[in-house]
Design a protein around this ligand. Sequence first.
Ligand code: SF4
Length: 339
Amino acid sequence: MIYINKSVIDSKLVKMALSSNIDYKIVDDASEIVDKKSNIYLDDRKDNYIRICPGTKIYRCCSYHNIDIMQGCPFDCSYCILQAYLDHNMIKVSTDIDSIVEHIRSFQGNIRLGSGELSDSLALDNIIPFTKIIVPVVNELDNIQFEFKTKSSNISNLLNLNPKNIIVSFSLNPESIVSKYESKTASVESRINAAVELSKYGYKIGFHFDPVIYVDNYKELYTELIGILTSKISEESIEFISISTFRAPSALLDAIKLRDKYTDLLNSDMIKSPDGKYRYYKSLRVDMLRTVYDSLRLEWKDVFIYFCMEHNTVWESVIGYDPGDRDKFELLFNNSFLA
Ligand code: SF4
């Protein structure tokens, strides 16, 4: 159900949403709404909208920027960081389109920007069609590469938008891990099929193996998944691939145990890292990253692959080099798309 703050009933985004014929109710404020993931609340929340990824000096981080238009996600991944970040379950959407567009237009310098930090970028695009607003704006600009990041296959709005510097990226895990820990998301097969389809329409494609999750037969599962992936889509369509193992601040560990005290998501030993997050032991992380990296490199020799929030010694162990601090790391991306 959509709930609309009475002050935004005439806004452009509300009109777009209501054209999908979804049930809606007008409210004075969020206190009238049951706080659950199936409820969407539209109001004119003002914000800075664009923020640089916080990162740390200890773990290698690029200068990625997030645009937070939507807060909350209809999917229900067991490991989702939003369980620790947000103080609500409902999905809060800003209808302040003019400011959002102004923020994007006014940004100076080259940036990579994405909407997939506090929500899934496409899960609700059939109802709240941000793609129809964002893609034409980014198409007019030369300094922005915009990423829609998703675990859905909800791509229909994207098919006739003639993209320029638009990446659609799909998070991937073996299907047995998806069905266990990524509740309500699209199957991995339909995500890959959606990526193949979008590549025919001029979109650049990204993949995120993040989080790579430890299970006893992880080598076999990830190798099999990558074999399927590389047989279905060509390397030329891929802009980048990220890999990173499961990590969690203690607040997220608490949330995971609260939702399922018998979960095997936390079965493997984890250690508290200098940034306060818990990670698998370094030797295991290196082994898991190497499994995914080497499997990809078997077929795709040139695609840009990076590790998100990993230590320089892990980079050196797996790939043989250190990407350096934010600015140097960022150049690796810029070299691949805006140079
Ligand atoms: S798709 Fe992403 S934002 Fe949505 S529940 Fe899963 S991890 Fe969280």
